[in-house]
Ligand binder design. Structure first.
Ligand SMILES: [Zn+2]
Ligand SMILES: [Zn+2]
Length: 179
């Protein structure tokens, strides 16, 4: 699977939104622009309107297995009123999918885009790669784009913290056994 296509951009935006559930308008704009979203300029009202959506997106990442993730993502497609259209922004410009018309406004477009992105990842057989970090108390969502798909932590920092904790626990057990 190519994780950098525009189709998967929605999944990357979903990850960002889950991890930034109270975004500033300009950060939201920068993220959308970074994923080639058309007319990405967001207002504070747009950012505010997406808060409940970020909570629903998180449920997909936290769901324990693919069938639950798929059920939740399917419900998001319906809730976002996702209607894919093939669009070109001018003669000679490439055609690509829009999941809601530009005139519906930014928040509905982000809802449709993120629902479609997660659905596309699951459709491609990669649903198990929509995850949250295994470090207790972290909760950061990520799309595992690693080759073997066995990434457990959001960052090297979280992986190191858990490894150090595991190592200390083993050491304690070892010392207890020798005492
Ligand atoms: Zn476009
Ligand atoms: Zn983490």
């Amino acid at each position: 699977m190519q994780f950098n296509t525009y189709t998967v951009a929605g999944a990357h935006v979903a990850v960002w939104l889950v991890n930034n559930p109270v975004p500033r308008a300009r950060d939201l704009t920068a993220t959308l622009r970074g994923h080639d979203v058309h007319e990405p300029a967001a207002t504070d009202a747009n950012a505010l309107a997406l808060r409940p959506w970020a909570i629903r997106l998180r449920e997909v990442f936290e769901a324990p297995a693919v069938p639950q993730k798929a059920g939740l993502a399917d419900a998001l497609l319906a809730a976002a009123d996702c209607r894919p259209r093939l669009v070109s922004h001018g003669e000679g410009q490439p055609f690509h999918l829009h999941y809601a018309p530009v005139r519906t406004g930014l928040a509905p477009r982000v809802r449709a885009l993120t629902a479609a992105g997660l659905a596309h990842v699951i459709d491609s057989g990669w649903g198990a790669r929509l995850r949250t970090c295994d470090r207790p108390g972290c909760g950061t969502a990520f799309l595992d784009t690693s080759r073997n798909g066995r990434r457990h932590f959001c960052s090297v920092r979280c992986a190191n913290q858990v490894n150090v904790a595991t190592h200390r626990r083993r050491q304690r057990q070892h010392m207890a056994a020798e005492a």
